[in-house]
Design a protein around this ligand. Structure first.
Ligand code: NAD
Length: 243
């Protein structure tokens, strides 16, 4: 791998799920990170044309043919996740994944693969949600006995519910002692909104995050990808790699 400061060769990046909303954002924003170079884009079906803006495209059935790479960023769907995880583990490459709706078995496979590669899975790559998780855990700890409800809203084409971010916020609330309930809205083109509400007798606290642009997730994933390369195998969190 090739991550030492001042090294002239850029890190070789694969974008997996490249034709999706997040994949397109990643490809558009990758040039903002000159320490990395996109060496392959992976889409579900056989691509045509095979090269776009100098980036070679591969079908998901052609993963074995990918050129050497240092890190893959995966924003696909659960059915695409296993293959890119296995490839990264096999090649000892780093993996940053934001794919949500993973099964317990897939989360287990992620832990197992961390023996061979540096891996980071996160339900959300925005700085605001990282802060919100911290606030929610603290609020839950300070409000024993209050009801905790998490309401999330996303665009109509989102497949999983509750969102991965809502579940992660629920885990934060749980660490503070709360037992959250969830509600999901699917409407229009909403990028992602999360409200965590603590309700007592006669009073209520609302903690909310609203994403108006999915570029924040793409930039966050690209940023942590630069930091993950060269790390020892293991499971990393966004908070480990910020700064
Ligand atoms: P999308 O539906 O627009 O794109 C999904 C892409 O995955 C498509 O291009 C599809 O062709 C591809 N795909 C499907 N099956 C595949 C397979 N077997 N192999 C390879 N590729 C395959 O979805 P999106 O809005 O881009 O989101 C993608 C994922 O990222 C979803 O799980 C979503 O919930 C998640 N997401 C996470 C964050 C975050 O910050 N963690 C932010 C936004 C979206």
């Amino acid at each position: 791998m090739n991550a030492s400061p001042g090294n002239e060769s850029p890190l070789r990046l694969v974008i997996h799920g490249a034709s999706g909303r997040m994949g397109q954002a990643l490809l558009r924003l990758a040039p903002e990170f000159p320490s990395m170079q996109v060496v392959a884009a992976v889409v579900r079906r056989t691509p045509s044309p095979r090269v776009v803006d100098g980036v070679p495209y591969f079908a998901s059935t052609e993963l074995a043919s990918l050129p050497p790479f240092d890190v893959a960023i995966d924003f696909s769907l659960p059915q695409g996740f296993d293959a890119i995880l296995a490839l990264c583990a096999q090649r000892g490459a780093a993996l940053v994944s934001g794919t949500t709706g993973l099964s317990d078995a897939q989360r287990g496979a992620l832990d197992e693969a961390a023996v061979r590669s540096p891996l980071l899975w996160a339900a959300n790559f925005s700085l605001g949600v990282a802060v919100l998780n911290d606030l929610v855990e603290r609020a839950a700890a300070m409000l024993p006995g209050w009801d905790c409800d998490i309401v999330e809203a996303h665009h109509t084409r989102k497949l999983d519910a509750p969102s991965g971010t809502a579940l992660a916020l629920g885990e934060s609330a749980g660490r503070g002692g709360a037992s959250p309930h969830y509600a999901s809205l699917r409407a229009g083109d909403i990028v992602g909104e999360h409200l965590v509400q603590f309700t007592g007798i006669g009073e209520r606290i609302e903690l909310a995050h609203r994403a108006s642009n999915r570029d924040i997730f793409a930039r966050g994933a690209l940023h942590v990808a630069t930091r993950l390369c060269g790390k020892a195998p293991g499971s990393y969190r966004v908070a480990d790699l910020l700064g």
